[in-house]
Design a protein around this ligand. Structure first.
Ligand SMILES: [Fe+2]
Ligand SMILES: [Fe+2]
Length: 145
């Protein structure tokens, strides 16, 4: 198991929660939609903050690369948080179309983001941080979520 394995697995978990929220809101099942969306926000925030507070700083310290891939990923996290805020507003207004539109944009962004992390950044982190205890911290934080 590599340092970033818990993050890989958590991407899949977030994808599943996302699909639940999207399905429920598309069917105007607002009770299930509220629950799944609250869980999605919670899980994505835990994921983003684990990367921003644990993984990225460790990578930047180990490599000296502070304005490279981690900076791009932080920017994308910001965009995804903005889309979640749009979805929250649409859900509150019981607006399936607005929710679906923002959800579709988020899904595309999230897929591209996760692919970049899984194919490029996480392998770089595994190489740079092979002997550090960041992996244990990540596993603990994501397991507790
Ligand atoms: Fe990320
Ligand atoms: Fe990630």
């Amino acid at each position: 198991m590599s340092i970033t394995t818990p993050l890989f697995q958590h991407h899949k978990h977030c994808d599943e929660v996302f699909a639940r929220a999207e399905d429920a809101c598309a069917n105007a099942d607002w009770v299930e939609g509220e629950q799944a969306f609250a869980l999605l926000c919670d899980q994505l925030e835990t994921h983003f903050s684990s990367e921003e507070e644990l993984l990225f700083p460790a990578f930047e310290t180990a490599t000296g690369m502070t304005s490279g891939p981690t900076e791009v990923m932080r920017g994308e996290h910001r965009q995804m948080r903005d889309l979640l805020a749009q979805m929250r507003g649409a859900l509150a207004a019981r607006d399936s179309d607005a929710f679906g539109g923002a959800a579709e944009t988020l899904l595309i962004l999230m897929q591209q983001h996760n692919m970049k992390e899984e194919n490029i950044l996480y392998p770089m982190c595994d190489n740079a941080l092979g002997a550090s205890d960041v992996g244990a911290s990540l596993a603990a934080r994501l397991k507790a979520s």
